[in-house]
Design a protein around this ligand. Structure first.
Ligand code: RIB
Length: 304
């Protein structure tokens, strides 16, 4: 059977990760316990997650003509991702993310966007054919909003299911929210989008729906997932894992898993369980793209 195509518009960053007993205070220097570099970027992580789960994946984005850009191309080649719509910019360096991961697996991240911020609506127009031939179009907010909007518009025009993972959070207009069939924020991102803070997850979802979002799949870390659509809220528990090593990329694993399951025609509830299992396995390993599980691993967890 030919796998269904998923097109991901998004970022690539090379992740520079320092492992540390804790996150330092402003102005403080502490000694870490280790360091590693690896492929990251929310868009690329989601694309690699989907490819490892067996989907045919096309990636739309920009990287630089440098060592980190070569790292991106190698990671995509190993994952079998179609990079015909990736531009290697001569003007901008490849994106970089400085990450600190503490001993509980929690992280802080600062991204220097570089070439990711050069992605333009024209890049999306160029990729119209591949978007139109996809079952799912998946994107995030690490490329300029006008390119995200254009990608969502093209996908919806061709009847392709759209997933917007609104990360990192930023205020979004009702027009953008309405272009996403499924919105996958965490609670903080939902609050940034609407500007309404202080309530519970249900209130945050209600506020998003009042602003034009249709189906919200809110990720709540160890609390699982809240689905909120026209039928109201529905909770999905998280899978228990033996040890949380690194939560970097857990949301990306979830989004990649969700896209794959929906592209295969699974009902949304089943797709959320599949995505939850994908995210759960990813936190048991260090790294972002490197922590994405195979399909066999996800199926094993689902049947355990
Ligand atoms: O979601 C995790 C990702 O956020 C990291 O890989 C980092 O590159 C940033 O984009």
């Amino acid at each position: 059977m030919t796998p269904s195509r998923i097109t991901v518009l998004g970022s690539y960053n090379t992740d520079l990760v320092t492992f540390s007993p804790r996150i330092p205070q402003p102005g403080e220097t502490i000694l870490g316990t280790g360091f590693k570099t690896g492929p990251g970027g929310k868009g690329s992580n989601q694309a690699i997650a989907a490819a490892r789960l067996g989907a045919a994946v096309s990636f739309i984005g920009q990287i630089g003509q440098d060592m980190f850009g070569d790292m991106a191309l190698k990671a995509w080649q190993e994952a079998g991702i179609d990079t015909a719509d990736v531009i290697q910019s001569a003007q901008h360096p490849t994106g970089v993310a400085s990450i600190i991961v503490d001993e509980h697996g929690e992280n802080i991240i600062v991204v220097a966007s570089g070439a990711n911020w050069a992605v333009s609506p024209a890049d999306l127009d160029q990729a119209e054919q591949v978007i139109a031939s996809s079952k799912v179009f998946l994107t995030q907010l690490e490329t300029p909003l006008e390119s995200v909007r254009r990608g969502l518009e093209i996908a919806r025009h061709h009847g392709v299911t759209t997933i917007l993972n609104p990360a990192p959070g930023q205020p979004l207009s009702p027009e953008i929210l309405a272009l996403a069939d499924i919105l996958t924020p965490n609670q903080t991102e939902a609050e940034i989008i609407t500007g309404i803070t202080g309530g519970d997850a249900g209130n945050a979802c209600r506020a998003l729906r009042e602003r034009g979002a249709r189906t919200i799949v809110m990720t709540l870390g160890s609390q699982g997932v809240l689905l909120f659509d026209e039928d109201g809220p529905r909770a999905f528990p998280a899978f228990k894992v033996p040890q949380v090593v690194d939560t970097t990329g857990a949301g990306d694993a979830f989004n990649g898993g969700l896209a794959v399951a929906l592209a295969e025609g699974k009902p949304l509830a089943d797709a959320i369980r599949f995505a939850n299992a994908t995210g759960a396995i990813s936190v048991t390993r260090a790294g972002a793209a490197e922590s994405m599980p195979t399909r066999e691993e996800v199926l094993q967890l689902l049947s355990a």
